[in-house]
Ligand binder design. Structure first.
Ligand SMILES: [Zn+2]
Length: 719
């Protein structure tokens, strides 16, 4: 996933940044308000920021941007691209800088004192966003530029920016009357508060619960690396000499895969999948009910049937119906595959005399046993070859092969926490491309999962500005000097997030709001999912999948077994994901302004109607579905991963059909038409230019090992 800082509605808000000539009304003592100084075109002052800086900085930065907008609307000259659209790109530089650091704290340094500031500022930022989006004079100028966009000599990129700004205003309510605008603004502010509470509740349930294992016998089945990680986790939480299983995906997943203790597996499973659903102060159910009502009301106000219709209008899929069509096409074969997988697991459990019926907390455990039996592939035999730092070097090497990027570690960029490291990225001529920050380890105040974000977008229209991107993961930090061994799935996730980072780094556009990953969600996961394909290439594995003790590369026959097992467990993986994507879309299609939806009941009923296999649970159950309730981000948009994967599967076949994974000509086309163009071209057009054809679903079905049925060609998003 990738996070967009401080998302408002409308394209005009909070685009990325350098500094305008207008000096900020800055308190020089507040480091957040200063222009970023230092090397690489300036770096975020993470070393100087304290929590108490955020509120005054955000307030000053919002005031500054409003003044900049007043200057645009007060311009007596006839509205044109430069004095209106480009001027908007120049406005809000300070707020972008403050906002990007605010976002880093929110996702990785969310201490109680920060959370208090966040709760206070979230509705104020939403109100500010509405003030900009509902500015009538500004909209009138944008509309005037929009009317003449085809006849005023604008470049295609400029025309697209005008179109996005104009439709962004309309979609944010610029055409509404005053009472409707006021109501819209109240809704957005309330939603912002609810999103913040939702994430804070989830974080509380992740950090407040842990399973402390007292005796060695409780560790039965766990490989040495997991025992060590659990011991470090326990030690850092004050249980020295014991073992802690944290309530996060990176702790839960391997525990359920390896623990022989069925009773403890069930315990860990229940605790994890009840996050946000435990009753009491951190329960998210009421929050969800209110979010759904407010989103439905907002959609109606803006003239859309549902929140889903509003959200998808500017996506590549365009309509909820097209997204549903793709999901439903994949759902049936995926469920059929789950039944086969469960039958295999049940047979194995019976053979072992386990006397059990497969339950959700058994799935990973027996799947792993089947994997071993069927493919002679033991995840545990793979992990010693998957050293975090070596894989990172492998990603760098891939970026060099595909895009010519070189990564060099630097010490002169401050970080928010000492475990974070920074690399400068250069092109073959030695020119700076950008910076890459890597924050690898789990911390109590850091959100779980993995993500990328951009601290500064690349742009060129007022002089070249290079991007700053980061990757964030939640690996358990090992003992000093010891390599961190990760699972194949985590290695894949690492490459995925690096794909987002490369999408940012390869950006080569004029305007910051069209830069890098600023594309529709259902296209934004395409570059990242595509990059996952380079991990299993022999070129990467032979050089970087090295045994942590012997230094020897992963044996060829083990790689062959990994390849043979590539479609293994795709039933489970597809169904746990798709169930979430379908429930997300159904929730947002069903919600109305006056209906109280009970999330638990809705989830149960929707899954029953879908014929959800009882052995699988949604990857993110509704009360913990941060993608859709911690912001508008992926709401009615979780399908994006599947949509993007139809593209990535098809794009990977382009390499296969040419000279293979490192084919220079295909890589060049990929860079020219996908990675470098940001949102300057329609995604469907960009894809076609890269591939020479539209994508179908055949490659996706092949990738997942499902029977091939050709359906749902992603549509064009032309206005
Ligand atoms: Zn992603």
């Amino acid at each position: 996933m990738f996070k967009v800082q401080l998302v408002g509605i409308g394209m005009v808000l909070l685009v990325a940044a350098t500094v305008s000539a207008a000096a900020p009304a800055a308190n020089p003592a507040n480091p957040l308000l200063a222009k970023w100084s230092g090397p690489y075109g300036g770096v975020p002052p993470f070393d100087a920021v304290r929590v108490e800086h955020f509120k005054p900085a955000l307030e000053a930065a919002m005031a500054e941007q409003l003044a900049e907008i007043d200057a645009i609307t007060a311009n007596p000259a006839k509205p044109d691209f430069d004095n209106t659209i480009a001027a908007m790109e120049r406005a809000g530089r300070t707020l972008n800088r403050v906002g990007s650091i605010f976002g880093v704290f929110s996702s990785t340094m969310s201490t109680p004192d920060f959370q208090a500031v966040e709760s206070e500022m979230a509705p104020k930022l939403a109100e500010f966003g509405d003030k900009v989006a509902q500015n009538e004079k500004l909209f009138a100028r944008v509309a005037a530029v929009y009317e003449t966009r085809e006849t005023s000599g604008l470049s295609p990129e400029q025309q697209r920016l005008v179109w996005l700004d104009y439709t962004g205003f309309v979609r944010s309510g610029a055409r509404l009357d005053k009472p409707a605008k006021e109501r819209l603004s109240a809704i957005n502010q309330r939603l912002a508060s609810l999103f913040t509470s939702f994430s804070q509740n989830l974080l509380a349930d992740e950090s407040d619960y842990e399973l402390v294992l007292e005796k060695e016998a409780d560790l039965a089945g766990l490989p040495e690396s997991l025992r060590q990680a659990a011991a470090s986790a326990a030690e850092s939480r004050g249980h020295k000499g014991k073992w802690s299983i944290l309530n996060t995906r990176s702790s839960m997943d391997p525990f359920l895969t390896y623990s022989d203790r069925r009773d403890l597996r069930e315990k860990v499973w229940r605790t994890y999948y009840n996050r946000g659903d435990n009753g009491g102060a951190h329960d998210n159910n009421k929050i969800i009910t209110e979010i759904l009502k407010l989103r439905a009301e907002r959609a109606k106000l803006l003239g859309y049937t549902t929140h889903a219709h509003w959200r998808l209008e500017n996506s590549m899929a365009k309509t909820p119906e097209r997204a549903m069509e793709l999901m439903e096409a994949v759902w049936k074969p995926a469920v059929a595959r789950v039944h086969e997988e469960v039958a295999d697991m049940q047979a194995l459990a019976d053979k072992e005399g386990a006397k059990i019926t497969i339950e959700p907390w058994d799935y990973r455990y027996y799947a792993e046993k089947v994997r071993k039996a069927k493919y002679d592939l033991d995840q545990n035999a793979v992990m010693p070859y998957l050293q975090l730092e070596k894989l990172r070097e492998g990603m760098f090497w891939v970026a060099g092969e595909l895009f010519g990027f070189r990564f060099t570690p630097v010490q002169d960029a401050p970080v928010v926490q000492p475990d974070i490291r920074v690399w400068k990225v250069t092109d073959p001529a030695g020119q700076l491309v950008g910076l890459w920050y890597f924050d690898p380890y789990a911390r109590p105040d850091k959100g779980s999962g993995a993500w990328m974000n951009a601290y500064r977008n690349q742009e060129r229209f007022d002089g070249a500005i290079s991007t700053i991107v980061s990757n964030n993961t939640n690996f358990v930090k090992g003992k000093p000097g010891e390599p961190i061994l990760i699972s194949w799935d985590d290695a894949t996730a690492l490459f995925h997030e690096f794909g987002h980072a490369l999408h940012g780094l390869a950006s080569s556009v004029q305007y910051p709001s069209l830069s890098g990953t600023s594309v529709p969600n259902d296209y934004g996961e395409f570059p990242s999912q595509l990059l996952e394909h380079w991990l299993p290439t022999p070129e990467v594995l032979n050089r970087y999948a090295l045994h942590y003790q012997t230094g020897k590369p992963i044996p060829k026959e083990l790689v062959d077994r990994i390849e043979r097992a590539a479609t293994f467990n795709q039933g489970f993986l597809t169904v746990e994901y798709l169930a979430g994507a379908l429930v997300d879309m159904k929730l947002h299609l069903a919600a109305t302004p006056d209906k109280d939806i009970d999330p638990d009941a809705f989830e149960r009923q929707a899954l029953a109607e879908l014929g959800m296999p009882k052995e699988v649970v949604m990857r993110h159950r509704t009360p913990q579905f941060g993608h859709i309730f911690a912001s508008d981000g992926y709401s009615a948009g979780y399908y994006s991963y599947l949509w993007s994967d139809t593209l990535s599967a098809d794009a990977w076949e382009a390499f296969q059909q040419a000279g293979g994974a490192y084919d220079k000509a295909v890589a060049q086309r990929l860079r020219d038409h996908v990675f470098s163009v940001g949102n300057t071209v329609d995604p469907a057009d960009g894809y076609r230019a890269f591939r020479g054809k539209d994508p179908g679903t055949a490659a996706l079905m092949r990738k997942r090992g499902f029977p091939v049925v050709e359906t749902a060609q992603p549509a064009s998003t032309k206005p």
